[in-house]
Write a protein of this length. Structure first.
Length: 273
């Protein structure tokens, strides 16, 4: 596995990798700095997406290296994306926008389909709940790229953590992304963790297949455990762990806590059908 360290992408993007690697964050949080080509970084303002956590002097690095910034955007509220957003925006004298108004500063929440323009840098907001209820993605038309937040990761698949994360909107969001690929608007995915994914269509197809396979495995595990799925059983505190021990038996136990969150979402989804 080749380590991911961020870097420049074309003439509009740079990924500044936060020093917070881990089981859930992979190599760390990708802070994307987007700027339309033209004047220098002190004149042409950037859009900074997911300024990330406080660890390892990441805030100081962002302040020093990003030049003029016109807007901070959050793909969702998790602290490894949003922790330094307000401090960074205040240092740069700009607003913070997110889908959840609680995470905005000096501006209104973003809306699905909204077109954003900062000194010629164009983005379109795509509401993509599933990983969290407030998850958004961003289309960068000039690069045919989709900045996916945590809905799609550079390695593996994302956690859908019940109750904030839910599978029905997750499936709908993945299909929404696939429609962007089919329409020729998106070719690559720039995730918030892990490397850039050049074949967006293949990745999204894999995500759907993988999640449906996991659902089938959960249903099989329930039968093996002798537990008929009822709406009440989906809220059983002990059942998700028992299912994880069956379905994720071949997975390192260090990630079982995350698997249990996804299993809770899977049980809720199955119980609602």
């Amino acid at each position: 596995m080749t380590p991911w360290s961020g870097g420049r992408y074309g003439d509009r993007a740079e990924c500044l990798l936060a020093p917070n690697p881990g089981v859930m964050t992979l190599d760390g949080t990708n802070t994307w700095v987007l700027r339309e080509p033209g004047a220098g970084p002190d004149q042409q303002r950037a859009v900074v997406i997911d300024p990330g956590p406080i660890e390892g002097g990441h805030l100081d690095r962002l302040v020093e290296e990003t030049g003029a910034v016109g807007l901070v955007l959050l793909t969702h509220h998790h602290f490894d994306h949003s922790e330094v957003a307000v401090a960074f925006a205040e240092a740069k004298g700009c607003a913070v926008r997110a889908f959840d108004p609680a995470y905005c500063l000096g501006a209104e929440p973003v809306a699905d389909g909204e077109l954003l323009d900062v000194d010629g840098l164009a983005l379109r907001v795509v509401e993509t709940p599933g990983h969290t209820a407030d998850s958004i993605s961003l289309v960068l038309p000039a690069q045919k790229a989709l900045l996916s937040g945590d809905m799609v990761l550079g390695r593996g698949t994302t956690v859908v953590a019940h109750p904030d994360g839910q599978l029905a909107p997750y499936f709908a969001s993945i299909e929404k992304m696939r429609a962007l690929v089919a329409a020729g608007e998106v070719e690559s995915i720039w995730p918030a963790h892990g490397p850039v994914l050049e074949d967006a269509g293949a990745v999204l197809d894999h995500y759907l297949v993988h999640r449906r396979e996991r659902l089938a495995q959960v249903e099989t595990a329930l039968r093996e455990l002798g537990e008929p799925l009822t709406p009440e059983l989906a809220e059983d505190d002990a059942l998700p762990r028992r299912v994880v021990e069956v379905v994720y038996a071949d997975v390192d136990e260090s990630v079982w806590f995350a698997a249990e969150l996804s299993v809770r979402a899977q049980l809720a989804y199955l119980a609602s059908r």
